[in-house]
Design a protein around this ligand. Structure first.
Ligand code: PEP
Ligand code: MN
Length: 331
């Protein structure tokens, strides 16, 4: 964001007042010989335009120079997934379901468990990104209708991942929310195709992506026409394999507090093991997450992918209750 100053007013005269509001600025001399200006650094606090315009000496505000103007423009707003609002001050939303859709019966059972636990969105992958080409890579497009029917049976919305541009239209037909996986966060052709599909997007953070790269990936989606992007922190690559990935709660707070974005946390891929999902989920909500996306399977021992991190049916309900109850109410 840029601030232009009234003619004859020097940057030093207003910088103090801006800093008192939590805005960190760089003074800039106009190249055109007009009024001085100030560039507001992105790590500044979010402040309403009215508060800035009330400072004597400030003439105008402009977002023209912002690196991610469309992401800035969605700050503070909810992302709408069918009838479900995520963010924008709404209570945290639970998305739950298996890592992979395996059969009509499995996804139906998973949907029932999710709905009973209070989830509003059913997760599950039909196209699975796997490190090995010989691992189970998902049931494919056939699973989309299984997922749709299971979700409809329990009044849930669907979120599922798409990996290829050629599958985008098909996925958009069956899912209210499209997932871009960690490995595709900077697959720009895919981002443009998904952005143009008219569905909101759950954009997972690349496993070694800077927050700036992540915000810019959201800008690709929005520039292509996406109606809303939510940012999903799923752990970045740390140095210790005992926790599969390193849940970056600092990034959750940053995206929320500074950038005003809708943020969802995936404690399952962060932890890699079911016994850590409760504490990580509670920490995520305490840090400001607008939602959780959690892997749960009717029988994790039989899961074809990510079984060790999938919650058992009764564990999902217990998790939801523990996240929804604040420590103050327990006393
Ligand atoms: C998933 O959600 O199933 C998944 C593969 O996640 P990620 O892209 O975060 O690894
Ligand atoms: Mn998984």
């Amino acid at each position: 964001m840029w601030i232009t100053l009234k003619p004859g007013v020097a940057a030093v005269e207003v910088r103090g007042a801006l800093q008192a509001l939590g805005l960190w600025t760089e003074p800039l001399q106009s190249q055109l010989g007009g009024a001085d200006g100030l560039w507001v650094q992105p790590q500044s606090r979010r402040v309403s335009p009215e508060e800035i315009l009330a400072i004597p000496g400030v003439q105008d505000l402009s977002r023209a120079g912002a690196a991610w103007p469309r992401v800035e423009a969605q700050a503070g707003r909810a992302v709408q997934v069918g009838p479900v609002s995520v963010g924008g001050g709404a209570a945290p939303v639970l998305m739950a379901g298996p890592c992979s859709v395996e059969s009509p019966a499995q996804i139906l059972a998973a949907a029932e468990v999710a709905a009973r636990a209070g989830a509003q969105i059913l997760r599950g992958g039909v196209f699975k990104p796997r490190s090995s080409p010989y691992a189970f890579r998902g049931v494919g497009a056939e699973g989309l209708s299984w997922m749709r029917e299971a979700a409809d049976a329990f009044g849930l919305q669907v979120v599922t991942e798409v990996m290829r541009e050629g599958d985008v239209a098909r996925v958009a037909e069956f899912a209210e929310l499209i997932q871009i996986g960690s490995r595709n966060m900077q697959n720009f052709g895919l981002l443009e195709a998904v952005g143009a599909a008219g569905r909101p997007v759950l954009l997972k953070r690349g496993m070694a992506a800077y927050v700036e790269d992540w915000l810019l990936a959201g800008e690709y989606l929005l520039a292509a026409g996406c109606p809303g992007v939510m940012y999903c922190e799923r752990g970045v690559r740390g140095f210790d394999p005992q926790t599969r990935n390193l849940l970056d709660l600092g990034a959750v707070a940053l995206l929320k507090e500074v950038y005003g974005q809708v943020v969802v946390v995936d404690p399952s891929h962060s932890a890699g093991r079911r016994d850590l999902i409760g504490p990580l989920s509670r920490a995520a909500v305490a840090a400001g997450a607008d939602g959780l996306i959690v892997e749960s399977h009717p029988d994790p021992a039989q899961a074809r992918s990510d079984g060790p991190q999938a919650l058992w049916p009764e564990e999902l309900g217990a998790l939801a209750r523990s996240v929804g109850r604040w420590p103050r109410e327990e006393r």
